[in-house]
Design a protein. Structure first.
Length: 371
């Protein structure tokens, strides 16, 4: 039997960030993950400078033997439409590979790691948790992503009543020949929005790696979307013709459409398990890290008393940070006009830079948390 103060289920950015903060405060933490690391995570791998700051990431150290692509601008368009190019002439984001990034964060967090071990059973016994019958913990944190077993324990109806984003992606290292045929500038990712604004496709080069994907909130239409997008890019001569299109899929919740209970007696959820990705962009790494930091602070403040009353401030802090939810209500602006406006924002260089990129994708006006 292993015992700890806090057991974190999931070693992604949320789990490792929370573990790091709790360990700094002197708590005994175990991180359990069903995967062994390094592991792949379906993701475009785009992070903003805010993420670097909140993680206290030493980029010089991180870059040693890992991909960290500087991003200086973006091309945006509607699917198949004319592109708008916005150049910032300085680094406004980074491209990382989740295979490397998540492993780096988990290795440095200092927690005891129980890897290659899926959660099979969660039981509440008196004043503690017993997980898989052999790990005993006073506090349980669900950081297991969209399908987190702790979220299910708290009643999430995963894949049933929730409206999720479905996304498909491939990432691979290009051969010398493929690199020669690739017309994507590594410093300029490209984003292509569906005219009905249900999602977008991206093409993102990180040094010799290429990442292609699509994400949409209307699940029925995702099946062929990634293939069609790739074919469109090939027709346009942007990417090599000989790509092995083994797309991998994943789902997650956008903040405004997530309705999960995120805190209860001696338990809380962080990151995708809590459904926190930004509604406008689908960016989930920054909310995962911010929720991890907020949760760690509430746990530290609770002084070993993990009753709901002591953990409830986490809920309030999440609302304060991410805002009140705007569940899909019928807008007073007719759909036709809303779509026309959205298309205008994407295709106009000024609007695309200031609204789509600065406000929604880079969130450059939102201060970092705590640091
Ligand atoms: C296609 C796609 C592209 C994306 N692109 C971006 C992007 O460019 N930038 C961005 O900011 N966000 C992006 N996101 C969102 C981002 O990937 C997530 O928001 C982020 O990974 C959330 O981190 P997390 O730590 O909460 O969960 P995860 O990274 O999903 O980590 C959860 C961990 O829990 C483990 N786990 C799951 N179930 C169990 C179990 N039963 N037992 C034990 N362990 C378990 C998993 O193995 C995993 O390691 C993208 C998402 C998708 C699907």
């Amino acid at each position: 039997m292993e015992t700890c103060d806090v057991l974190i289920i999931g070693g992604g950015p949320a789990g490792s960030s929370c573990a790091r903060e709790l360990i700094k405060a002197g708590l005994d933490v175990i991180v359990m993950d069903k995967a062994s690391f390094p592991r792949d995570k379906v993701c475009a791998g785009w992070i903003t400078p805010a993420v670097v700051e909140e993680l206290e990431l030493d980029l010089d150290h991180y870059r040693q033997g890992r991909i960290c692509q500087d991003i200086l601008g973006f091309k945006t368009a509607t699917m198949g439409g004319a592109e708008v190019y916005n150049d910032y002439s300085h680094t406004v984001s980074f491209g990382i590979r989740r295979y490397e990034f998540d492993h780096y964060l988990l290795s440095r967090c200092g927690a005891r790691l129980v890897l290659n071990t899926a959660v099979s059973d969660i039981a509440r016994q008196h004043d503690h948790w017993l997980v898989n019958g052999n790990i005993r913990a006073s506090m349980l944190i669900g950081a297991g992503g969209h399908f987190c077993p702790v979220a299910r324990y708290l009643g999430a109806k995963v894949g049933k009543t929730e409206q999720s984003v479905c996304a498909q992606e491939i990432e691979f290292k290009m051969t010398t020949q493929q690199l020669a045929q690739c017309n994507i500038d590594a410093e300029t990712p490209e984003l292509y929005f569906y005219p009905d604004m249900s999602g977008y496709g991206w093409i993102f080069r990180k040094d010799q790696y290429i990442n292609i994907g699509v994400g949409r909130e209307d699940t029925g239409k995702i099946a062929n979307a990634a293939l069609q997008f790739m074919e469109l890019l090939q027709q346009q001569g942007k990417i090599p013709a000989d790509i092995n299109a083994h797309f991998k899929g994943h789902a997650y919740l956008l903040y405004d459409h997530a309705q999960r209970k995120i805190v209860d007696d001696s338990v809380l959820l962080i990151g995708d398990a809590a459904g926190l990705a930004y509604t406008e962009s689908g960016e989930g790494i920054r909310p995962a890290i911010e929720s991890a930091l907020l949760a760690a602070n509430v746990i530290k403040d609770s002084q070993d008393d993990y009753q709901l009353q002591k953990l409830q401030p986490y809920n309030d802090l999440i609302v304060r940070r991410f805002g009140k939810k705007h569940f899909k209500q019928k807008s007073w602006i007719p759909d036709k006009i809303r779509l026309a406006l959205a298309n205008k924002i994407i295709t106009n260089r000024f609007l695309s830079r200031h609204i789509l990129l600065n406000r929604f994708f880079l969130r450059s006006e939102v201060d970092t948390l705590y640091r």
